[in-house]
Design a protein around this ligand. Structure first.
Ligand code: T5A
Length: 205
């Protein structure tokens, strides 16, 4: 049995990541495949609970560096389990990951390489799908109330994400004007392609 594929869905707030990862997991399960969905931040772990407080409570003060390291630590908390699942042949679908970590903190003005450094050594996705939504305000009912859900900040985050557009295994899908099923139909062939590969050892950042 070959190893499972690591598939990441990235994007700005409200781009449809949770919707598409859930659609994808259902479709993969219907094909009889073993699949696990992991959403970052995972707000259920001890570190994830701190992250949740930071995101929902704007009076919860943390330096930008400390907040960044918490998001990275949250990924490290789950990394061993991710590797084990991949080795056991399970497909792992991620909703946000390292690229969100770098983009959101670099958007605050911190050095992008500094932002990536704590994530060096984490498993690298075999496929990244970036849901590129230009107009989330009108099409998705606007942002919520969390710390980063502010239009001007999201524009800065997008500029940071754009620096990854030439990364290996990266695919940018424009999702404006497309319904959930339209997007899912564009995601599926990308996933089928990676599943057809004979994946060797897990690559690392
Ligand atoms: N963060 C995260 C960091 O700063 N550093 C890090 O390292 C990490 C991992 C929380 C915040 O943490 C930051 C980034 C974030 O600001 P989150 O919990 O993933 O991250 O928060 P959001 O991205 O805001 O999650 P959302 O659930 O709001 O956005 P999604 O998942 O992109 O969007 P989704 O699928 O929930 O859809 C939003 C709405 O649009 C509709 C859905 O039904 C839903 O109502 N929708 C569509 N409508 C029309 N057409 C379509 N094609 C649609 N697709 C979905």
């Amino acid at each position: 049995m070959g190893r499972g594929a690591l598939i990441l869905v990235e994007g700005l707030d409200r781009a449809g990541k949770t919707t598409q990862t859930s659609e994808l997991v259902t479709r993969l399960r219907n094909e009889g495949l073993n699949v696990e969905l992991i959403k970052f931040p995972d707000r259920t772990t001890p570190i994830g609970k701190l992250i949740n407080s930071y995101l929902v409570d704007k009076s919860f003060e943390l330096s930008d560096e400390s907040a960044h390291l918490l998001f990275s630590a949250n990924r490290w908390e789950l990394s061993r389990g991710i590797k084990e699942k991949l080795h056991n042949g399970t497909i792992v679908v991620l909703d946000r990951y390292v690229y969100s970590g770098v983009a959101y903190t670099a958007a605050k003005g911190l050095d992008a390489q500094w932002c990536l450094n704590p994530d060096i050594g984490l498993p690298r996705p075999d496929l990244t799908i970036f849901l590129n939504l230009n107009d989330s305000q009108s099409s998705r009912g606007g942002f919520g109330d969390e710390r980063y859900e502010v239009t001007e900040f999201q524009q800065q985050v997008k500029l940071q994400f754009e620096k990854f557009f030439n990364e290996p295994n990266w695919n940018t899908l424009v999702v404006d004007g497309k319904n959930i099923q339209d997007v899912a139909e564009e995601v599926w062939p990308l996933v089928q392609e990676v599943l057809s590969k004979d994946l060797k050892q897990v690559e690392l950042f």
